[in-house]
Design a protein around this ligand. Structure first.
Ligand SMILES: [Zn+2]
Length: 465
């Protein structure tokens, strides 16, 4: 372990630490350690059992777990164009309140979608102005933009996102197999990762038509219109194409253990693929869709209890690589219909989804919190090549972290939400975990239920090439 003194000797005048975080239980993928850490110029410069150096500021973390800042690779903040659904300021605030310090915004449902370098730069400028945490930006892969992929790479896209079924957004068409193959070939050459929403359009259309022919439009009908085979068929196709093209593939929001099994088998065949799931697949099941209705509608849909528990097994076994929120809110009236096929599909969960995962692990903290540190931070930073700065509470990395307190159960209220619309599938649910502080590059963004005024807003991150 590098000592602070050794680090400081590089300059003639030893610098004073900006911040020391004292007495916390640091959660790392390898275990939980009681340690202090010192921060200078926004970076962690020392991690040690006890740091006695003076510092400009001290944060007392006694009684708290210190988590690495969550890197949420999957959000839809919908700006520009649909800030009435969410927005970069409110979305990033909600994420910070839930322990997030960095997000990757999807190329849709902002309007226009990010399909070329100019759109990426436009969104980057907006987020640099409005976001309170750091961010990266996805570019889109659609049938018409194959010639724009190099530009997206050069503008710093974190990767390319494609839909294998209809996206629900007219300006973001799905990829057919031929354009996905060609897109992946080009992405492989450019060194860009491709992420897919894996649901097979033909099967989804067939099952949907069957439900509608029967006149069924309720929650069960929605679930029946997208059985797990819809997801598995698309995952198989994507894996084959990744194997064939050599493209790095990331399957977003895998909803079933069967989907993870396909990814695991492909990895054994040396396909460069990783799998993401989302808090809602780990926290909610199909009965919650029936109970909660439209606010619990997402695609792929929430699965049965056996599959939910199966995903926890896969997570603990290390076969799920990342967990992202897929925060996808809308205007409230778009969730207001008895017809589940007519309402917007998307769960808004970037604020409480992760905290509820912490809560689920409260009783098995020693074993399970390190798993969360891996899938919420380290693995994400590594997969997307941000690990020189992000993902771990370690010397040389950005001082991105949150303090989490475990205690008695507390009910999540609509008033707790920092999102633009105070709507969440998690309102009314109880949590044993509470994020009390979130710091980005050594600065408090969120503390004791308040957002703080940052000296500097979020920074744009591009993967190292
Ligand atoms: Zn999404």
């Amino acid at each position: 372990m590098k000592s602070f003194t050794a680090f400081a000797k590089k300059s003639s005048e030893p610098e004073r630490l900006e911040l020391v975080v004292r007495g916390g239980k640091l959660v790392t993928p390898d275990g939980i350690v009681r340690a202090d850490f010192g921060v200078m110029r926004g970076k962690i410069v020392e991690v040690a059992p006890k740091i006695t150096d003076d510092a400009d500021a001290t944060l007392d973390a006694r009684g708290s777990h210190v988590f690495p800042g969550i890197v949420d690779a999957h959000v839809h903040f919908n700006e520009p164009g649909r800030a009435d659904w969410e927005g970069l300021a409110t979305g990033s605030a909600a994420l910070a309140a839930g322990g997030g310090t960095c997000y990757f915004d999807m190329p849709l449902n902002s309007e226009p979608p990010v399909l070329d370098a100019a759109r990426l730069r436009e969104k980057r400028a907006l987020a640099e102005e409005k976001s309170c945490v750091d961010f990266a930006l996805w570019g889109g892969l659609v049938p018409g933009n194959l010639d724009k992929l190099a530009g997206l790479r050069d503008a710093g896209a974190i990767g390319l996102k494609a839909f294998m079924c209809n996206s629900g957004i007219d300006s973001f068409p799905r990829v057919d197999e031929a354009s996905l193959r060609e897109g992946m070939k080009r992405a492989a050459k450019l060194g860009l990762l491709v992420a897919v929403h894996a649901e097979d359009e033909a099967l989804a259309a067939k099952f949907t038509a069957e439900q509608k022919a029967k006149g069924r439009t309720n929650a069960r009908a929605w679930l029946d219109s997208r059985p797990v085979e819809v997801e598995l068929a698309a995952i198989r196709t994507a894996l084959e194409l990744a194997g064939e093209t050599g493209c790095a593939l990331h399957i977003v929001h895998v909803s079933s253990p069967e989907g993870i099994a396909l990814v695991t088998a492909a990895r054994d065949q040396r396909v460069d693929v990783t799998a993401e799931t989302c808090p809602h697949y780990l926290l909610l099941n199909d009965k919650d869709v029936v109970r909660l209705g439209p606010i619990a509608k997402c695609a792929p849909p929430l699965r049965d209890e056996k599959r939910r528990l199966g995903l926890w097994t896969e997570l603990r076994a290390g076969r799920i690589h990342t967990v992202g929120s897929d925060h996808s809110p809308s205007r409230p009236e778009m969730k207001d219909s008895a017809n589940m096929f007519a309402v917007w599909g998307g769960i808004a969960g970037c604020q409480h989804g992760f905290e509820l995962l912490f809560s689920e692990c409260a009783k098995s903290a020693e074993k399970d919190l390190p798993v969360l540190a891996a899938v919420l931070a380290r693995n994400v930073a590594r997969r997307f090549r941000l690990d020189a700065r992000k993902g771990e509470l370690a010397e040389g990395r950005d001082a991105d972290f949150s303090l989490v307190k475990f205690g008695p159960e507390r009910e999540i209220a609509a008033d707790d939400l920092w999102t633009r619309h105070r709507i969440s599938a998690y309102v009314g649910r109880t949590s044993r975990a509470r994020v009390t502080h979130t710091y980005v590059r050594g600065c408090a963004v969120y503390a004791d239920g308040r957002l703080t005024n940052l000296p500097s807003p979020g920074q744009f991150l591009a993967p190292h090439r």
